[in-house]
Design a protein around this ligand. Structure first.
Ligand SMILES: O=C(O)CCC(=O)C(=O)O
Ligand SMILES: [Fe+2]
Length: 312
């Protein structure tokens, strides 16, 4: 598959079992062959998405000083502001030309929140305090649950198999801003370095600027432009481990536009869906037909921490 499929997700809620089964098959094929898809009729209100983008713009417009008061401080909470060039999604390349703000739901005590972060939570300018951002977090959680249901059916598992392992809301909602590129980038520097995502599924909403590319199994980079009224869904590394590569976690990156758009900001919003920390990610039985387990079992929480440590 060298094209990202567009799937009408409303049919998954259809009372007609055949229609439902058709969507499940399309999702299986997309995850198996390319690891990315566009979902139409995903159920998240366009108005809410617009509001989130405008809150994001307002936040990134704040002074660096204010944003730094909300700085990301450790991989345990994985929350807060990440400045330009701080993160290297591709560890071998210069830092990414982007800034980000991570919003999580994780209970403070279980992730060892320190005093600085208590300050962050109480800070009024924090998007993590915003009701529209929290409503969006909830809407994304619900959408990922419906997708996880389809995944379970696609893999011949009980319908609630993945949902019951995603109850802690360990997910991270990430606002992203790629500022206009005014200076010559360092060699190999891009807006977001080549990487695959760490968790089970990612939802991605983007503006019209473009630059997102994904790598096909043949090694070719193809553009993944915004398609109105759709959300991009991709499978992450934990899902790839769980399914023994039946579902693939595909490399992607955000390049610097080679035209006038280089002078414009790009905004996107990603929702990284993660299993409960104590979920053992061990190769699913229904995924052992083609080959024996590729990876040893690992706990989801430990895996995520190791990946975050490697990128900051
Ligand atoms: O901004 C985008 O379009 C992609 C961002 C991304 O891949 C990520 O943050 O993992
Ligand atoms: Fe990504």
């Amino acid at each position: 598959m060298d094209k990202i499929p567009v799937i009408n997700f409303s049919l998954f809620a259809d009372s007609n079992v055949r229609n439902r089964q058709t969507v499940v098959k399309q999702i299986y094929q997309a995850c198996h062959e390319i690891g990315f898809m566009y979902l139409q009729n995903h159920g998240i209100s366009l108005d809410l998405i617009k509001q989130v983008f405008s809150k994001s713009k307002a936040f990134f417009n704040l002074s660096l000083e204010i944003k730094q008061q909300l700085a990301w401080s450790n991989e345990f909470s994985n929350q807060g502001y990440v400045g330009i060039e701080r993160e290297k999604l591709d560890a071998n390349k210069p830092g990414d030309l982007k800034e980000a703000f991570n919003v999580g739901r994780k209970d403070a005590a279980t992730r060892g929140r320190d005093d600085a972060e208590n300050f962050f939570v109480s800070c009024l300018s924090s998007p993590a305090k915003d009701s529209c951002i929290l409503a969006f977090y909830q809407a994304c959680t619900e959408l990922t649950h419906r997708i996880l249901q389809a995944f379970a059916l696609a893999l011949q598992l009980p319908e609630d198999f993945f949902i019951t392992r995603h109850t802690e809301q360990n997910h991270t909602l990430r606002l992203l801003h790629y500022p206009p590129v005014q200076q010559l980038p360092q060699p190999g520097q891009v807006r977001a370095g080549e990487h695959s995502d760490y968790g089970s599924i990612t939802l991605l909403f983007q503006d019209e600027i473009g630059g997102l590319e994904i790598q096909t199994t043949a090694g070719q980079w193809i553009a993944a432009p915004a398609i109105p009224d759709t959300v991009i869904v991709n499978t992450g590394d934990l899902m790839q481990r769980w399914t023994n590569h039946v579902f693939c976690s595909t490399k992607h990156r955000v390049i610097i536009p080679s035209d006038e758009r280089v002078k414009q900001s790009r905004y996107s919003v990603a929702f990284f869906c993660h299993p409960n920390d104590d979920t053992e990610i061990a190769c699913l039985e229904s995924c052992q037909k083609e080959h024996t387990p590729i990876y040893p079992p690992i706990l989801a929480g430990e895996y995520l921490l190791s990946r975050l440590r490697a990128t900051y």
